[in-house]
Structures are given as structure tokens and as C-alpha cells.
Design a protein around this ligand. Structure first.
Ligand SMILES: [Zn+2]
Length: 69
């Protein structure tokens, strides 16, 4: 079952907000690790995919047209 609901360039919301107060993150690199950039303070962090998925809440804005399920 394909469970990838986020994609490169998406703005995503994490369960825990960034210390700067923003909880919007942009996905700027996808691979075995995922690099996300805080929309609030532009700080980027590299997190393992498993950790990202654990903290991932939802996609706020998709970079492309949303596909039907
Ligand atoms: Zn931040």
C-alpha cells in the first residue's frame, strides 16, 4: 500500500512546533533522510524518514495538484 502522502516542496505540519513558534516545514530534500526547512526561521534540519513520519501531522500545502486517492 502506498502511504507517501507528502512530497518534495510540500509545506507540512509537524506534531511538535519548531522552537521558533512555527510549525510549518517545507520539504526541501527527500531520500533515506528528509531535509525540512522551517518556514518561520528558515532553519533546516535533516531527519531520518522514520522520525519524520513519526512527527509528521499533515500536508498543509502541496507543491502540485493533489491527486485523488
Ligand atoms: Zn523555526
Amino acid at each position: 500500500m502506498e502511504r507517501k502522502i507528502y512530497d518534495l516542496g510540500d509545506i507540512v505540519q509537524m506534531k511538535k512546533p519548531h522552537p521558533c513558534g512555527s510549525n510549518e516545514m517545507e520539504i526541501i530534500r527527500m531520500g533515506m533522510d528528509i531535509r525540512i526547512k522551517c518556514v518561520g526561521c528558515k532553519h533546516s534540519v535533516l531527519v531520518p524518514r522514520a522520525k519524520f513520519e513519526k512527527n509528521f501531522k499533515k500536508v498543509l500545502r502541496s507543491s502540485e495538484e493533489p491527486q485523488s486517492e
